[in-house]
Write a protein that binds this ligand. Sequence first.
Ligand code: SF4
Length: 344
Amino acid sequence: MPNLACMKISGFHKQMGDQIHLLTEYSGFNEFDKVYLSKVFTATRYPPEVLKMENVEYGGTGFYLDQAPELPYEIEHAMPDYSLYADWLKGKGEEGKKSKKYKYYRDYSIGFLTRGCFRQCPFCVNKNKTVSVPASPVYEFYNPQKKKICLLDDNFLACGEWSALLGQLRETGRPVQFRQGLDIRLITRQKSRELASCRLDGDLLFAFDNIKDKETVIEKMKIINPIFQESKRIKFYVLTGFDADGRYDWTFWKQDILQAFERIRILMGVRAYPYIMRYEKYQESPYRGMYVNLSRWCNQPQMYKQMSFREFCHLSKEGSACRTYLEEYERDFPEISSYFDMKF
Ligand code: SF4
């Protein structure tokens, strides 16, 4: 994804008549009056010494998690500079012009219509606000030259003005994607109908992070399915590898895999697709390979749709890592077997 904070900072400075360059390496900082560094993910690496440079300003959840300072008002509400990545994209040649990999750099207006969320999920960096409120009207970030709109809202449906905001989106006539997913627990018949009346881009995304929500997911899908009637693929982010109690012991790793399969079973039952999200701690699991297998199966919808987990793993040769992970887990926990054979 392009970095929206950098695009807004660039947009603001261009309005002020400043010259802007996108730096893609950590060098040459001294040639600039000011260098901005923005980081979304903690895992993104950088040379720590650059943060001490006098002309460097840095921010974002990748540096500060939930304590990240907000952008100043005039930057937050500046039109993003959609040309910031233009030269970089040109350097990608034909791939940059066509590949799906670069679509957000090329084809989308990007922004937040709302900010904030009341849920306070333990794995989420959105802890500073306890309500979802309007943030930017669509005209603040909508560029008519872009074919589509990508929204990064935290919890769009929790905002009281959701209906009016959907109206703003409809007026643009552009297909819209709720990139962070929508809150299935807040779905009503009216919300589903109004969402269906928008041009939605790609899959309709929700999250099924906690097995405790299983009844809700089933009930809400009874509302959604007749309204969308398979005109949209309904997909759920399925978080794995996160232990709210922070134990990360053997019992947790066993239960986590079993519960992920149980959530997938429920989603299959309501004709929805899972998208496995792996919390970085999964790398410490003795069943790390199962997380990789599970993601490879679920996150390729054609595979998930056509074959069971076992069939998918058996596409690999006997003795391959993929098959070994499956066999070892099944040997340790035979109760998993029926999950391995379920089909969409
Ligand atoms: S519902 Fe989504 S945005 Fe809200 S706290 Fe949970 S994960 Fe974060």
